[in-house]
Design a protein around this ligand. Structure first.
Ligand code: C6P
Length: 418
């Protein structure tokens, strides 16, 4: 299914309270106030099922994987490899061998820049990115470009936070070796037109990487349908633990890539002077992996499958529309980005209140939001601002929470008296 958010006229029912009880942290008080957690683009909260899965591993079958010939080792290996299968199923990867465990999106992209980029990108070659990239999908390419003498080209974003598609077309050339772009912007919430991006690149034989850190947690994803060559995302933004993430890539590409790091498990045979590599995906997983992280991430995937990704997307659209409407009613509100296809991320400034001051004010009321440059400094520079405040929703948020947040924005306006 196309990953952009589906719109429907049908009456749609979703009850977040059916799930909230699974998230112990949502019952916490902050500064004596009920926590309202609206910083889900930074990281999501964890349901008890994920917490228990991690704890069960350490309590009952903690052992290293792929090494031991004892019962615990076998159980751990089976759980670890089953986690890979679960995650492969979630993104409709043709084979779990195409699912590589990394520390997160950042490491997944660095893996591609190092293992693929160093081998296939050289002096005078070009890499196309967009201007709305998170630093994680910018700095690895800057480092590579400097090392090999390649050039970075940027698809501009427009006033409404969408990419300038006609410019994209003009940037594609015989020098282009890779298009690497965010699937969903962590500043504007824009869902980029990924199918068209891939089609135009593939017409010219150019591979495409999607930074899916913000999309996979919120949209149904099918990597085969997308037909992208690389796809990177993080467990912690989709109910899983930190320190675990995924690189998916096409098999042929993975087979042709160099290893990322050297060490145990990624080898087949080793001599004093040389070595041969293990099969994919193990070729890219040097050292003891984050076993508990993988198990926790797979449990998070099962949780999301149970909620239903289409339901989740539709409900988050309702939350986002509600938030946008209520926020726009406040005089002095400036919202960045107005893409027709967008997820539940809203960046804004209120009058001349500094985002850090506003975030601090909201925190005193138990409301967690993010303020700053959102690891997208070039985006802030282009907008000619230092920072924004950002709210980001997940399916366990409620319209009432958004209303409380908007009420506090109105109070902040009075408090800071601009
Ligand atoms: N954005 C945010 O608050 P890691 O840190 O590797 O899990 O994810 C990095 C990353 C990559 N791409 C995008 C589009 C992202 O949004 C992020 C993480 C968080 O916006 C933390 S900076």
């Amino acid at each position: 299914m196309e990953m952009t958010a589906r719109r429907t006229e049908e009456k749609f029912q979703f009850n977040p309270h059916q799930y909230r009880g699974d998230f112990p942290i949502l019952g916490e008080k902050v500064h004596g106030k009920q926590l309202i957690y609206l910083d889900n683009a930074a990281t999501t909260q964890k349901p008890i099922q994920v917490i228990d899965a991690i704890s069960d591993y350490y309590r009952h079958y903690n052992a290293n994987v792929h090494r031991a010939i004892h019962k615990l080792g076998e159980t751990a290996t089976e759980a670890f490899e089953n986690s890979r299968k679960t995650i492969a199923r979630f993104i409709s990867a043709p084979s779990e061998k195409q699912v590589i465990f990394t520390r997160g999106t950042t490491e997944a992209i660095n893996l591609v820049a190092s293992g693929w980029g160093r081998k296939f990108i050289g002096a005078g070659d070009e890499i196309i990115l967009s201007e709305m990239e998170h630093h994680s999908n910018l700095i690895p390419w800057q480092l590579l470009a400097k090392e090999v003498g390649a050039k970075l080209k940027f698809i501009p974003f427009k006033e409404d936070g969408t990419i300038d598609f006609p410019v994209y077309e003009t940037l594609l050339s015989s020098h282009t070796k890779l298009v690497t772009i965010t699937h969903m912007s962590n500043v504007f919430g824009t869902i980029n037109p990924v199918i068209r991006i891939v089609q135009m690149a593939h017409d010219r034989g150019i591979p495409v990487l999607f930074d899916a850190a913000q999309s996979v947690p919120h949209l149904p994803v099918n990597v085969e349908h997308l037909n992208c060559d690389f796809f990177a995302f993080s467990g912690h933004k989709m109910l899983g633990p930190t320190g675990i993430g995924i690189l998916y890539a096409k098999s042929q590409i993975l087979e042709n890539m160099n290893p990322y790091q050297g060490g145990g498990e990624m080898i087949s045979s080793v001599w004093f002077e040389e070595a041969t590599w293990n099969e994919i995906p193990h070729k890219f997983e040097a050292g003891t992996p984050n076993i508990a992280g993988a198990i926790g991430m797979a449990k998070a995937v099962e949780y999301l499958e149970n909620v239903g990704m289409v339901n989740l997307t539709l409900y988050e659209q309702e939350l986002t529309t509600h938030g946008l409407e209520k926020m726009a009613e406040i005089p002095g509100m400036k919202i960045y980005g107005a893409a027709p296809e967008r997820g539940g991320i809203i960046s804004f400034n209120l009058g001349d209140i500094h985002p850090h001051d506003l975030s601090h004010f909201l925190d005193q009321q138990g409301i967690a939001v993010r303020a700053g440059h959102h690891c997208a400094q070039p985006v802030m520079r282009k907008l000619n601002i230092a920072a924004t405040t950002r709210v980001s929703f997940y399916f366990y948020n409620t319209k009432e929470e958004i209303d409380s947040f908007v009420d506090q924005l109105k109070k902040a306006k009075e408090f800071f008296a601009y």
